[in-house]
Design a protein around this ligand. Structure first.
Ligand SMILES: Cc1cc2nc3c(=O)[nH]c(=O)nc-3n(C[C@H](O)[C@H](O)[C@H](O)COP(=O)(O)OP(=O)(O)OC[C@H]3O[C@@H](n4cnc5c(N)ncnc54)[C@H](O)[C@@H]3O)c2cc1C
Length: 475
């Protein structure tokens, strides 16, 4: 049993493989129980990903590093495209590209958690989801920063940056990575840490998603569990102008390090847009939560009617309650920008969108400040200055089939991106590959030309034929 539920048994036969993906036969002959071709009745419960446009010809559900090595070798020798998935949340579906003629390597069964004797590090499986990692640590009185959703894969989250409830106090997800085991393109395992393959460690910390190899294991920093406040405060649309204006003036420029500052603008029940402040306060060692409660009251007394609740908790419980935002397969149009914060102009732009009463528009706004933006030469993650990420996700019923809906949904996200850019408070082309789509990403502007050149040199060293072509950043 894993956090992702029981894995249904494969009923794929040798005949299915020889008809549907003959190149995979040698692998199937050795590991029949972990191969699911497209026609396997169990495949539906395994294959859900956010991105819907590509169906892999087969799924391999790896349980061990040996399975991963064999899968990589099988893909190489039969010239099959291999995509890597953990949580399956990649909105642009880059890891699915070409897998209709190949397979998706599903890592979710590799979800172990081993805490070191000194309780300062944990070694975790490459496919673990937040919703399994957090309780495994919290139950032992331990902690590590995580993102906001239980079904997000830790590796993809952390290696692509890793924003969330506690990054301002502890650093981004990528800053927690101390080591990794990576199955590279020739099927061998590279053990990465400060002493060995340090260059790859630097690359995995911020530019790691699927371009170097399959990460089977990560060693991460863990901490004694701090005192925490966590919950949400919501404001309805009519109050946004006043709330956001005051936020821009009084809150945004002086955000305490203890407070993450992430927000979500969305219309979940179509005609009722709401602004959700994810309130996470992480007390400094030896301090109580008094300052957190005072800050909470300041936010609650913003103009307008604040609803929602915030309470003292461990870091695992909020993840399980937040699963109300269940991840399902849905089609979206996705844009995104990085701003220098919520300025008055950004505030006014946010307040004037969300006009449609029938179409969905959602934008988390992840905040980079505090420890997260302290320079770290050991990590290539580049956004070490105060910023906010706005992934703009629009959707509507029958998006893929109804042209009218398509036009409306596209213009909703496109207009929002254009208007945010017009504020002059956007870092042009700067992006985070996990949250902002290729269309709005300029890799040079994001990482800087020197870092991109260094990453390209490493790519030639570790994956000279670009076998792992489905990840990001695209170098
Ligand atoms: C509902 C939702 C909430 C989110 N919340 C946050 C948040 O709070 N903070 C934040 O920063 N981001 C957040 N994200 C973005 C999220 O971090 C990225 O989409 C992340 O890459 C998802 O990882 P995954 O394993 O779930 O997805 P997948 O689609 O399985 O993988 C994403 C990418 O990582 C690569 N990858 C996954 N596992 C491995 C591995 N073992 N080895 C090598 N490469 C691997 C894949 O190849 C792919 O390119 C959220 C996304 C969604 C949909």
């Amino acid at each position: 049993m894993t956090s992702t539920g029981e894995v249904p048994p494969s009923t794929t036969t040798r005949e299915d493989v020889s008809t549907e993906l003959p190149g995979l036969l040698p692998f199937f002959d050795n590991y029949p129980q972990i191969v699911y071709t497209k026609s396997d009745p169990s495949v539906g419960t395994l294959s859900t990903t956010l991105f819907q446009a590509v169906t892999p010809a087969a799924i391999i559900r790896a349980r061990t590093e040996e399975h991963v090595q064999a899968a990589v070798k099988a893909a190489r020798s039969a010239n099959l495209t291999l995509g890597i998935r953990s949580g399956g949340n990649e909105l642009a579906g880059r890891n699915l590209a070409g897998t209709d003629k190949g397979f998706l390597l599903d890592m979710r069964s590799m979800d172990s958690v081993t805490v070191a004797d000194d309780r300062k590090t944990a070694t975790i499986g490459g496919g673990i989801l937040m919703g399994r990692l957090a309780p495994a640590l919290a139950d032992k009185g331990l902690f590590t920063p995580v993102g906001w959703h239980p079904a997000v894969g830790y590796a993809g989250w952390a290696m692509g940056g890793g924003y969330g409830c506690y990054s301002s106090m502890y650093g981004f997800g990528c800053d927690q990575i101390l080591g990794a085991r990576v199955v590279v393109a020739d099927g061998t395992v590279v053990d990465v840490d400060e002493r060995s393959h340090r260059d790859l460690l630097w690359a995995l910390r911020g530019a790691g998603n699927g371009i170097w190899g399959v990460v089977t294991q990560l060693t991460i920093r863990i901490y004694p569990h701090p005192k925490l406040l966590n919950g949400t405060i919501e404001f309805q649309k009519e109050d946004w102008p006043a709330v956001l204006d005051k936020w821009a003036e009084e809150f945004e420029p002086n955000m305490p390090v203890e407070f993450a500052g992430d927000m979500y603008f969305r219309n979940p029940i179509r005609d009722k847009p709401e602004m959700v402040i994810y309130f996470a306060w992480c007390a400094r060692e030896g301090e109580d939560l008094q300052k957190g409660y005072e800050y909470l009251e300041r936010i609650r007394s913003l103009p307008g009617k604040a609803t929602g609740s915030v309470a003292e908790t461990d870091f695992s419980t909020p993840l399980s309650t937040l699963s109300v935002f269940a991840i399902g397969a849905f089609s979206v149009h996705h844009r995104g920008v990085v701003t220098n914060g919520i300025s008055k102009a950004v505030a006014s732009t946010l307040a004037h969108h969300w006009q449609s009463k029938t179409l969905y528009l959602g934008s988390p706004s992840h905040h980079g400040h505090g420890k997260a933006i302290e320079p770290d030469p050991g990590a290539c993650y580049p956004l070490r200055y105060q910023h906010r990420l706005f992934p703009l996700v629009a959707s509507g019923e029958n998006l893929l089939t109804d042209q009218k809906v398509q036009l409306a949904v596209h213009s909703m996200a496109d207009d929002m991106a254009k208007d945010l850019k017009a504020t002059g408070d956007v870092f042009e082309g700067v992006a985070n590959g996990n949250l902002i789509p290729p269309e709005d990403t300029d890799v040079d502007a994001t990482f800087g030309k020197e870092t991109v050149e260094k990453l390209r040199t490493l790519k030639r060293k570790y994956d000279p034929t670009n076998f792992f072509s489905g990840g990001y950043p695209v170098l």
